[in-house]
Design a binder for this molecule. Structure first.
Ligand SMILES: [Fe+2]
Length: 150
């Protein structure tokens, strides 16, 4: 159970980092595609932000301590922080966010396998939902990137 709690902290930290990254790109995106990308990135950050509270609560339900300091998020995250110099092209931003999404998917899959091994069925269901949400983000980011160079 202790390993599952630790992995859930990774999921929480990755969710927070992906949220801040998507929100920052929502603010800083520029160019002809601004209206579409600003809204698209807005949808992603809102969806990921909406999961953070329930992920923290899931940690409490398995009797772990929900991390909440920026230093702890930095310690547990697998997603690299956003670059200080924001990518100047949309493809750079979207590629970075796609990579972040792949990393959080890997963290979620690991937590899901551990939840199954611990017979934590409710948590398994929750993680399945998060995996599906991030697979949808992967599809949309990948499809947007396919058109970004046109
Ligand atoms: Fe906004």
């Amino acid at each position: 159970m202790e390993k599952l709690i630790e992995q859930m902290k990774v999921v929480l930290a990755d969710s927070f980092v992906m949220y801040t990254k998507a929100h920052g790109y929502h603010w800083n995106v520029e160019g002809k595609l601004f209206p579409m990308l600003h809204d698209f990135l807005g949808d992603i950050y809102a969806e990921v932000y909406g999961s953070i509270d329930s992920t923290g609560e899931q940690i409490r339900q398995i009797q772990g301590r929900a991390i909440h300091s920026l230093l702890e998020f930095d310690k547990y995250r697998t997603i690299p922080d956003a670059p200080i110099t924001v990518p100047t092209d949309n493809t750079g931003m979207l590629t970075d966010l796609f990579s972040a999404n792949q990393l959080i998917l890997a963290s979620l899959m690991k937590a899901y396998e551990m939840a199954n091994a611990n017979n934590e069925d409710g948590l398994s269901n929750y993680l399945q939902d998060r995996i599906m949400a991030h697979k949808k983000h992967a599809w949309m980011l990948r499809s947007t990137l396919n058109k970004a160079g046109e």
